[in-house]
Design a protein around this ligand. Structure first.
Ligand code: PHE
Length: 340
């Protein structure tokens, strides 16, 4: 019996020598210690052992069982330990890696400028009026003193929808809608998209304008100049001055082109102002008396001024953007840079 036991011990020791996984260790354990395992079979064989020898034989078999359980237990712990270490290594999280951040949105430069303009003019008492983008010929041209055969129609390449309907070329169309409905005093600001068949680095077929209109008793060009000075300081910085140059628009008389002193070089001359010290920012003028009359406003009693500027142009100047296309492409690498 002792020989049998020694043999079994050797077999077990041999079997577990090259075990590296807890699964195979379990298989081996079952083979020897399981219900019908070899050690258990030995126990069952006790029946054939003479009675007086049983206690002694029982003890040795039991000792074998205890020994085997110890061996399996020890090995099981080492294997489990190794397996756990391996799992931890595989599941390790590098806490120094950058996390998943959600990108913060930013306002489009156009939105920023539009809001800033509205807030500047709201501070001077202007309210916002938004006219339709699809206009008829009357509001976009005729009522603005630009009848069908007027050469000034060529100043703006128009997208026509039908003979009479068109995509508005200027927010000035809104002036008429306001003056038809509202009697002076009028002080409105009209932002919106306008369309012209024009396309290069500084022109886009669709762009945005901001229109202003003031009509009241005794309004003069001086009022326009004073208001523009205030606007220029607020949007481009203290110390910026304005200058009026004669120009032509059919719906204003006199008409002016408004320049601001270069906020980049302070007027000395640089690349931005092309060496002139001045930058053109908007068109304006005193509302033409024909336009007032057409809207039922007596030009003997009332006068007014109007101005219109391109929002993209102001944004490009303010943020140093050299290509208008950047404002329409929606590239987030560009847009992310603007924080409102
Ligand atoms: N509507 C003109 C344009 O688009 C700008 C303008 C507005 C000029 C108001 C004078 C007065 O060019």
């Amino acid at each position: 019996m002792q020989d049998k036991i020694n043999e079994l011990k050797k077999k077990i020791a041999e079997a577990i020598k090259d075990v590296h996984s807890s699964d195979s260790l379990f298989q081996i354990k079952m083979k020897y210690l399981g219900k019908s395992g070899e050690v258990s079979e030995l126990m069952k064989g006790m029946r054939d052992v003479p009675k007086e020898k049983r206690p002694e034989v029982g003890m040795i078999i039991n000792a074998l069982k205890v020994w085997a359980e110890e061996q399996f237990g020890k090995l099981d712990r080492t294997i489990k330990d190794k397996e756990l270490k391996k799992r931890y290594a595989a599941e390790a999280v590098d806490v120094t890696l950058p996390g998943n951040t959600s990108k913060k949105g930013a306002y489009h430069p156009n939105t920023l400028v539009k809001r800033e303009l509205i807030s500047i003019f709201a501070g001077m008492g202007f309210t916002v009026f938004e006219g339709p983008e699809i206009e008829n010929d009357y509001y976009n041209f005729t009522a603005l003193n630009t009848p069908a055969d007027h050469p000034a129609r060529d100043m703006q390449d128009t997208f026509y929808i039908t003979g009479d309907l068109l995509l508005r070329t200027q927010t000035s169309a809104g002036q008429i809608r306001v003056m038809e409905k509202q009697k002076p005093p009028i002080k409105i600001l009209s932002p919106g998209k306008v369309y012209r068949s024009d396309d290069d680095a500084t022109h886009s077929p669709m762009f945005s304008q901001m229109e202003g209109l003031v009509v009241d008793k005794g309004i003069t060009l001086c009022d326009l100049k004073g208001m523009l000075d205030e606007f220029a300081r607020k949007i481009f910085g203290d110390g910026v001055k304005t200058r009026l140059r004669p120009s032509y628009f059919p719906f204003t008389e006199p008409s002016v082109e408004v320049d601001v002193s270069c906020f980049e070089c302070g007027g000395k001359g640089c690349r931005l102002c092309k060496g002139t010290g001045w930058i053109e920012v908007l068109g304006a003028g005193m509302v033409n008396r024909h336009v007032l009359e057409g809207c039922g406003i007596d030009p003997e009693e009332y006068s007014g001024f109007a101005f219109g500027m391109g929002i993209e142009r102001i944004a490009m100047l303010k943020y140093g953007i050299n290509n208008m296309k950047l404002l329409f492409e929606g590239d987030t690498r560009f847009l992310r840079q603007f924080k409102g």
